[in-house]
Design a protein around this ligand. Sequence first.
Ligand SMILES: [Fe+2]
Ligand SMILES: [Fe+2]
Length: 196
Amino acid sequence: MEQHFDLDTRGGLPADLKALLEKYPREQWSGHANLGQTAQFWLGRHDMFRDLGSALADALSQHREGKVELDPFRRWFAPRLGFFLRELEGHHQIEDHHYFPVFQQAEAKLARGFELLESDHEVIHQDLLAVAETANRFLAMEAAGEASPSSEARRAADAYAAASEQLLRRLIRHLADEEDLIIPLILDRGEAAIGI
Ligand SMILES: [Fe+2]
Ligand SMILES: [Fe+2]
């Protein structure tokens, strides 16, 4: 993988992919005439992933700090984590198979950008699997351990916390860079001309 593609170390899009972003900086997005319904819906989905991701992280911290009991924690947490993982996987599949090819057709110069985003999706897919696996183990241990968690249960909780922290950190970077590549293109051309 090219160094500046690396989701863990890059600080944003590579410079050669930022020409349109310089023309349409974030301050201009909201209320722009070309920010149509598809773009607004899509940005809303991204915000949902950010909000739910941080709510899941907060819930875990509160439980681990002893502020929320096991039962209410599990009842709140398990269905929302499942929803988050399923929706995120589906979101990336729609982008890979439907939206990215349409955007690339609209602007061939951005092909490298979509390679970068697709490679992010592959990395994040592995993170999703790791989060699901560690979550199952963590929640099963919690259920068995009840009031006094064993050291094995604590390790399972640590493993889940590490996997989910890595997923969220990478996802936040990915969402921002994806928006920085795609929204300026939409503002430049308009949704109807692009075909979305
Ligand atoms: Fe994506
Ligand atoms: Fe996305």
